[in-house]
Design a protein around this ligand. Structure first.
Ligand code: FES
Length: 233
């Protein structure tokens, strides 16, 4: 079938401001938006710029705004979107070119919560064992692929990029509730600061945007409760 794709484009080397470009092409209902973008790049305009790597919903590199909602281009099917598709770069991060945004502000927030296992106990001969129940406590937040779909759908982040954002809180949750980790109080103190969890207004955009179906807002509430009560187990 023939589809029309409208793409928000911007090349800072030659454009004074962003503009809309429209492309017409044939696509199959089961094509993904990523296939459509590759088709346009290969057959109509080689200068179209976007990120992608795995093409299977794992690496998180092709998050973008598709028909007004944050999604992974490699998971959004043409048959679910119709014959007119609108594609824009993620909001709240500077555009480098076309659909490619500067992720550095996002990575800065991610690094701020110290996303690594803290445990000074001497390593055991084998793994640091954990019960299935203890693992289940934070299993959901291990699914995060750091695509930034949640953080860049958040009005609090749009208003002030110093807000640590949903993705960083999700990553903190993954360690705070891991009983092998000893850094929970460090992370809770970081997230209790002015740019931490208090900026969440419970809008639920993040939960709707997550391509991994993580209940992001609920995880943020759990971290907030841990800050207030001091209880993590
Ligand atoms: S290209 Fe890796 S998640 Fe889409």
């Amino acid at each position: 079938m023939n589809i029309k794709v409208k793409i928000r484009r911007f090349n800072p080397e030659k454009d004074r401001k962003p503009y809309w470009a429209e492309y017409s092409l044939d696509a199959q209902p089961w094509d993904r938006v990523l296939d459509v973008l590759v088709n346009i790049k290969e057959n109509q305009d080689g200068s179209l710029t976007f990120r992608r790597s795995c093409a299977h919903g794992i690496c998180g590199s092709d998050a973008m705004v598709i028909d007004g909602r944050n999604r992974l281009a490699c998971k959004a099917l043409v048959k679910d979107l119709g014959k007119r598709i609108v594609v824009e770069p993620l909001r709240g991060l500077p555009v480098i070119k076309d659909l490619t945004v500067d992720m550095e502000p996002f990575w800065r927030q991610y690094r701020s919560i110290q996303p690594f296992l803290m445990n000074d106990d001497p390593p055991p001969y084998t793994e640091r064992l954990q019960s299935p129940e203890a693992r289940a406590r934070f299993d959901e937040t291990t699914k995060c692929i750091l695509c930034a779909a949640c953080t860049t759908s958040c009005p609090s982040f749009w208003a002030d990029a110093s807000y640590v954002g949903p993705a960083a809180i999700i990553q903190a949750h993954r360690f705070i509730f891991d009983d092998r980790d000893h850094g929970a109080q460090v992370r809770l103190a970081i997230l209790a600061e002015g740019n931490g969890v208090w900026r969440c207004r419970t809008v639920y955009n993040c939960t709707e945007a997550c391509p991994r179906e993580i209940e992001v807002t609920r995880a943020i509430r759990e971290v907030t409760r841990a800050i207030v009560t001091g209880e993590i187990r």
